[in-house]
Design a protein around this ligand. Structure first.
Ligand code: HDE
Length: 686
């Protein structure tokens, strides 16, 4: 046997090994040398030792060995998309930033959504805050609005951030739990930091288990400044309002989704954008002046507080549309480097001590993660407007200054110069006072807004908050921590504290924590509730349709048409992924095999079964939980007459309620889809 024959038989089989020329470009090394054999290392004789001389093998393995970069210390797991921001309203009375003054201008953006605590491989539906970071590639440089889906934060001063994150992440001795705050360290820290109680209420609400990135709000959190051409400053808080409406999952769904599809949020964004169903958010501004800031009950520089929308309305000034997934996840989503310091002329920082600390941290962390001060040379980070500076060299320099003069001033007539007209200017705020480590007295109220948040929720949402506190604190081993948390909740609402204490089985109600400032009664703010602001539309949602053999295909067609007419996606679920054969022999392909598609991954479900099919489903555990879970999760359900008669009783030990529709014709399909617009049949919970 010749060595040639040996290579062919061991490495180059049939269609898996195509060669350049058949529509494929030639594979090369990094330096462009064409590769003749990518299947075998260089050896002395077919069964002999491999040679270290093999530069092709060594280059390939060397690169592979270094593929991983450190994950983000927080917000490690994320998913991003490209899009545009279109301004609808000219704000030149309050800012000179072109991105906020040129109506109709489409500014390119990149957005990365993330969870905070979990590692890169953690499941998407962990109960956690979601990051909502937007990079605007404006004509005047990049502006990064690095926000979250919750408008307040845990801490008031950046010096506590490492403690917060240490406490939230897995405990250091045992390295678990992953992507969860349901453990002693987290609640120990929170219960010792009363300033975090408002945020604790928010994270125990359904905001931290969003159904999709597409269905959540975003917030810049801090108070920023806008500065107009005359140099006048106005305060602003930034909001993102999802045009798709807000929606969350139930905790029981979150737990099950994480098993069924740990990439649930990634897949959702990928599917929607690739199907042309582009998610959109309106950019909202809460604009206020010094006078309001002085009158407001809380300090506008305190990131643990909101300004209720009822007090300062949110003015919608433009729309963000995400319409393109990156060609490669690592290139864009992993390498994107956000930085709160990236602001443009007309936008400025406030003295919020959290924001001031972030301005240091984001730049610093990129050097560790991306390994070079040239991380802005990576395409996703580079500005799309002209830029010129004299920074040079360092690892991976892609564009050094040209010419002889790499300094300024110079008399070579080369290089960039300052532009006092167009250049960035900080707002010349007057500052004076003693230099000391201190927390402002105006930051001292820790409970009033937590109370306002709780009292602004619907009864269903209040129940979810009680359940979430109970779940998390039940995972806490030390009784004293559970008690300390309940002692804080007493300052939020006695009913909440009692319900949690009771569900935890506390024998005695702990004494209420001593507030640093008396709790003040504020008006409830309906804007804080998800359910009070839920959309009446099923657009962008997913209907799961379980089919069996022998069905009336016309019924399925009518349902599909109604769902697509409502702007929803339809997925067919069947016992076999090959699909089902309808009455008359028509094949309907399935998208999912039943045990790979539990009903938790859908917003509403339908079961279309033949009499025989209904019987078969009634004997299948997976089919029964598909239906029983959909009911338990308050979903709207449509059943063909045979499914209602033959399958429902086997799966659910109760009569169908008004959220369960009988699907017998196109009209019924239409009214089912209309009902689905309410997203859940909450009456079932009552
Ligand atoms: Fe961050 N945060 N953060 N954070 N943060 C990071 O920067 C930090 C805070 C937020 O998709 C890190 O590039 C400090 C508030 C998002 O790439 C790091 C403090 C808000 C993302 C960092 C905060 C955020 C980050 C880690 C307290 C909402 C992900 C990786 C002073 C307004 C961005 C990185 C992305 C990421 C520091 C508090 C949002 C270490 C020190 C408040 C969305 O620099």
């Amino acid at each position: 046997m010749t060595s040639d024959t040996t290579r062919t038989t061991t490495g180059k089989g049939g269609e898996t090994h195509q060669q350049a020329g058949d529509g494929h470009e030639t594979m090369t090394t990094q330096v462009g040398t064409p590769i003749a054999d990518d299947q075998n290392t260089l050896k002395i004789a077919p069964r002999g030792p491999s040679l270290i001389e093999d530069q092709i093998f060594r280059e390939k393995l060397f690169h592979f060995d270094h593929e991983r970069i450190p994950e983000r210390v927080v917000h490690a797991r994320g998913y991003g998309a490209h899009g545009t921001f279109e301004l609808k309203e000219d704000l030149s009375d309050i800012t000179c930033a072109k991105v906020l003054t040129e109506v109709g201008e489409k500014t390119e953006v990149f957005v990365r959504f993330s969870t905070v605590a979990g590692n890169k491989g953690s499941p998407d539906l962990a109960r956690d805050v979601r990051g909502f970071a937007t990079k605007f590639y404006t004509k005047e440089g990049n502006w990064d609005l690095v926000g979250n889906n919750i408008p307040v934060f845990f801490i008031q001063d950046a010096i506590k951030f490492p403690d917060l994150i240490h406490a939230a992440k897995q405990e250091p001795d045992r390295a678990f739990p992953q992507a969860q705050t349901a453990h002693d360290n987290f609640w120990d820290f929170i219960s010792l930091m009363p300033e975090s109680i408002n945020m604790a209420l928010w994270i125990m609400s359904d905001r931290t288990i969003p159904r999709s990135f597409r269905f959540m709000e975003g917030f810049g959190v801090h108070t920023f400044r806008l500065v107009n051409a005359e140099g006048k400053s106005t305060f602003v808080k930034f909001h993102w309002k999802p045009r798709q409406g807000m929606q969350s999952v139930l905790w029981d769904e979150a737990v099950k989704v994480n098993g069924a599809d740990p990439d649930f949020h990634r897949r959702d964004l990928w599917d929607a954008i690739n199907a042309g169903d582009y998610p959109q958010w309106d950019l909202g501004l809460q604009i206020f002046d010094d006078d309001f800031a002085d009158r407001f009950d809380f300090d506008v520089l305190d990131a643990t507080k909101i300004i209720p929308e009822e007090q300062v309305p949110v003015r919608k000034v433009g729309t963000l549309t995400l319409d393109r997934m990156p060609d490669n996840f690592f290139m864009d989503t992993e390498q994107v480097a956000f930085q709160t310091g990236n602001i443009v002329r007309g936008i400025d920082h406030s003295n919020d001590p959290l924001l001031q600390g972030r301005n240091f941290s984001y730049l610093d962390t990129q050097l560790k993660r991306l390994g070079s001060p040239n991380f802005n040379h990576i395409p996703v980070n580079a500005p799309k407007c002209p830029f010129a500076h004299l920074q040079q060299d360092g690892h991976m320099a892609m564009h050094n200054p040209r010419g002889r003069a790499n300094y300024e001033p110079n008399s070579h007539g080369e290089g960039p110069r300052e532009d006092p007209e167009r250049g960035f200017r900080s707002y010349p705020a007057e500052e004076a006072g003693p230099k000391e480590r201190v927390r402002s007295e105006t930051f001292a109220d820790h409970y009033s807004q937590a109370r306002q948040f709780y009292l602004s929720q619907t009864d269903v949402e209040k129940d979810h908050i009680v359940n979430a506190f109970t779940f998390e604190l039940s995972k806490v081993e030390r009784l004293a921590i559970r008690q300390r948390m309940v002692s804080h909740l007493r300052n939020v609402d006695e009913g909440l504290a009692e319900a949690v204490a009771d569900s935890l089985g506390l024998e005695e109600m702990p004494v209420a924590a001593e507030p640093a400032r008396p709790v003040i009664e504020t008006e409830p703010s309906p804007a804080l509730s998800i359910l009070k602001n839920a959309p009446d539309s099923f657009a962008g949602r997913k209907l799961g349709v379980l089919l069996t053999d022998g069905i009336d295909a016309g019924l399925f067609d009518a349902l599909k048409e109604a769902a697509e007419g409502a702007g929803a996606m339809v997925e067919v679920v069947a016992q076999k992924v090959g699909g089902v054969t309808a009455e008359g022999g028509r094949r309907i392909e399935a998208d999912q095999k039943l045990d790979g598609a539990p009903s938790v991954i859908y917003d509403a479900v339908a079961v279309i079964a033949s009499p025989d099919g209904a019987k078969t489903l009634g004997g299948m555990h997976g089919a029964k939980t598909f239906l029983a879970d959909a009911r338990a999760h308050m979903k709207f359900i449509a059943l063909s007459p045979a499914a209602r008669e033959g399958f429902w009783p086997a799966a659910v030990p109760a009569e169908p309620d008004e959220g369960v529709h009988t699907l017998n014709d196109a009209e019924a399909a239409g009214s089912f889809l209309k009902a689905c617009g309410r997203l859940r049949f909450w009456d079932r919970a009552a």
